[in-house]
Design a protein around this ligand. Sequence first.
Ligand code: KG4
Ligand code: ZN
Length: 335
Amino acid sequence: MSLILAIESSCDEMSIAILKDKRELLCNVVASQIDTHRLFGGVVPEIASRMHVECVSTVLKTALQQANINMADIDAIAVTKGPGLVGSLHVGMQAAKTLALAYHKPLIGVHHIAGHIYANELVEDIKYPCLCLVVSGGHSELVYMKSEFSFEVIGQTLDDAIGEAYDKVGRVLHLPYPGGPVIDKMAAEGKHAYHLPLPLNDDSYNFSFSGLKSAVINLCHNASQRGEDIVPSDLACSFQEVALEVLVSKTIKAAKDYNVNEIIVAGGVSANKGLRQKLSQESPIKVLFPPMSYCTDNAAMIASAGRIMYEHQRFSPLDLSVKPSYDLEEESVDE
Ligand code: KG4
Ligand code: ZN
């Protein structure tokens, strides 16, 4: 039995969730700043941290009200330690440390990607060994997990993350930030009409998306110099088809090579409908996706990973610092 209060503030969302036991989510309040950052075409770190400072108390109050819980009832405070934007992380960390100190609760520093992975466990138990495809704005990784909280990164992007590539292509197509969800929608309405190179189509488990992104940018510039119109939905479809081809084929290959029981998907891009459809259709191995509401950044996922760390008594000292960049493998129980 556990009651975990979790705080996530690694980028432009301030979120606080309260999780009872494994999957009874009492609240998951998310204060998004997307409308503000959209004016600038992307996240402005200084604005993100300032807005977190402004809203953290209100988000906490709302979370406690929605869950109908007092701080005294909470067993532990989980907080995203990193990776992420340093100023944004600091706000969540200071709030978590203050609550832990004032209410004498244990503190648990959680790796953001471990949170994305364990969003899946808010629905059903993960069956190990499994392979996790991590696809977010900052990460594109294949992680082999032989058991709970065991993380072996067997492949990763050599340049841009997939979400970053989606957002940059969105910018070229003059779409509102973040481009990912808009391109996903447009791709479903378009046809694969443009030739784009398959990125890093080799035997490794690594990815590369900057060449694909540049190919889209060049195609748009060349068309505009010739005075030709491009069909945005067709280009969105071609970009998505090519990106998903390499993501899906490498994930299935790795899952077979590592003889896993299931494939799980994590991170903001796990909301992509094309990815959900293609991977589910083509994989001979069971695929688990997080519920749509827990794909992009939220504190429910941090509570889920924090709950496991709580059970293993993996507490952090009160002088815990944020870690803007750090590897998932550092959090592995095998380390
Ligand atoms: O995990 P997340 O919320 O933040 C990071 O940890 O980076 O992921 C955000 C990323 C953004 O790049 C966004 O464009 C992308 O996830 N994203 C999508 C979709 N929904 C969110 N990309 C493609 N298709 C979607 N439906
Ligand atoms: Zn994330």
